[in-house]
Write a protein that binds this ligand. Structure first.
Ligand SMILES: Cc1cc2nc3c(=O)[nH]c(=O)nc-3n(C[C@H](O)[C@H](O)[C@H](O)COP(=O)(O)O)c2cc1C
Length: 186
């Protein structure tokens, strides 16, 4: 239970690697963490909120507003609650928005409100990853102090081989535990 007492925001975006986020979520829970999933609208095309809420024992947050009844989700409260925010998988689009403050969904507003360390695990095809735009955005995120969990090299979902596959959930878990060991609180 190496994450007992820790609050984690798990951000999930619209990548084919989103299925791995379910395994990462399971690992966080098994280690004793409380996890709030925040998923982009595109992310929900790749993995269902039902799976994620069942694994986390919490409703998944995705939209700003509730069911037209005046309720809303508070990214500010979430940003203050977390000990660490982990965005896995992180698409090229989401990293571009993070780098430029384009706060058009719950995940980005939560990111901008987060006082805690933010860890980002990119996932995409090799050419998207190698593009100067993606690389520049990653550099900007590093400048902001975000921690990039570098993608691995190997066979990609597209069938191509190269760098871009999201790091394995077990390795992301270890990186999170190490990070929380360094910085105890936000
Ligand atoms: C089948 C499929 C797989 C995709 N996989 C990725 C991916 O691994 N990485 C990525 O950056 N974009 C990927 N995309 C594109 C994103 O889904 C798209 O850019 C989306 O707008 C991302 O939105 P989000 O970052 O808000 O979740 C994929 C699209 C499709 C149709």
């Amino acid at each position: 239970m190496r994450l007992k007492g820790k609050n984690i925001i798990l951000g999930i975006t619209g990548s084919i690697a989103a299925y791995k986020a379910a395994m990462l979520l399971r690992l966080f829970i098994k280690e004793g963490a409380e996890v709030q999933v925040v998923i982009t609208p595109a992310g929900k095309e790749f993995i269902t909120p039902v799976t994620l809420s069942a694994l986390s024992n919490k409703p998944v947050i995705s939209e700003f507003f509730g069911a037209n009844d005046g309720t809303w989700n508070s990214h500010v409260d979430l940003g203050l609650w977390a000990d660490v925010m982990v965005i896995a998988p992180a698409t090229a689009s989401t990293m571009g928005k993070m780098a430029n403050g384009i706060a058009d969904n719950m995940l980005i507003t939560t990111y901008l409100s987060a006082k805690c360390p933010v860890m980002v695990a990119p996932a995409m095809d090799l050419d998207m990853f190698a593009h100067p735009s993606t690389q520049r955005n990653i550099s900007i995120l590093k400048e902001y102090g975000n921690i990039i969990v570098e993608p691995g090299e190997g066979e990609l979902a597209s069938g191509l081989t190269g760098k871009g596959r999201m790091e394995e959930p077990e390795k992301i878990l270890e990186a999170v535990i190490q990070q929380l060991g360094v910085k105890k609180n936000c």
